[in-house]
Design a protein around this ligand. Structure first.
Ligand code: SAH
Ligand code: DHB
Ligand code: MG
Length: 219
């Protein structure tokens, strides 16, 4: 089935997404730098872009930059005075992202901060609240990232978490995979959190079978 899923992604990209030399160059540069190809797919990137525009997001936080592919999709949704902060643990990877963002003309709106996200997130606590948070870094830390996202947002903000299904592993109660355990603990936090209304959608596509979580901060 997974060839079919990729074929359909190709078809949807061909019909629905404009050709984009800047995004293609970002992926090529990421590849040349030896980064793993675990960026969101083009349809997912556009979903993030549309979501940010639907929200009228002016401030976006991303946890997990890689080469800045999702960052470009998100930052493009911002108004000229908007701002995106993205957190990346690996300095060489962050440099690739900075270069990709500069090529995209987004160096002024998107800032890549380097370090462990859990060390950098406290620095953001004094900022005005974020309208959209995209969590897409090390999955074992998802419970901590979710709690930080709650601290850094306001009622009306949206939190998106990538890779919450993982070939269905999320539903495996016996899993001892730290990524699965992290996501399941995050789900438990959300279940007990009255300030969040959440759902998760299973997805198939060029990256296989996975899914994302969407949560609205209600109060
Ligand atoms: N959002 C990107 C993909 C991110 S992949 C896209 O879709 O285009 C996950 C990234 O998180 C990797 O670049 C990895 O180096 C980074 N990462 C892993 N652990 C981290 C941590 N503790 N703090 C910050 N970044 C981390
Ligand atoms: C992995 C991480 C991701 O963010 C993703 O979208 C796909 C895979 C990984 O670490 O394997
Ligand atoms: Mg991901």
């Amino acid at each position: 089935m997974s060839d079919r899923w990729s074929d359909v992604d190709d078809y949807l990209v061909d019909r629905l997404l404009p050709d984009d030399e800047v995004l293609a160059a970002a992926l090529a540069a990421s590849d040349a730098a030896g980064l793993r190809s675990i960026n969101v797919t083009p349809p997912q990137g556009r979903f993030l872009n549309l979501l940010a525009r639907i929200l009228g997001a002016r401030r976006i936080l991303e946890v997990g930059t890689l080469g800045g592919y999702s960052t470009i999709w998100l930052a493009r949704a911002l108004p000229p005075d908007g701002r995106l902060v993205t957190l990346e643990i690996d300095p060489a990877t962050a440099e690739v992202a900075r270069s990709n963002l500069a090529r995209a003309g987004l160096a002024e709106v998107a800032e890549v901060r380097v370090g462990r996200a859990l060390d950098l997130l406290p620095d953001l606590a004094g900022d005005p609240s974020y309208d959209l948070v995209f969590i897409d870094a090390d999955k074992p830390s998802n419970p901590d990232y979710l709690q930080w996202a709650l601290r850094l947002t306001r009622p009306g903000s949206v939190i998106v978490v990538d890779n919450v299904v993982r070939d269905g592993a999320v539903a495996d109660v016996a899993s001892d995979d730290p990524m699965v355990l992290g996501t399941r603990r995050m789900m438990d936090l959300i279940a007990a959190e009255p300030r969040l209304d959440a759902t998760a959608l299973q997805t198939v596509g060029a990256k296989g079978y996975d899914g994302f979580l969407l949560a609205l901060v209600t109060s």
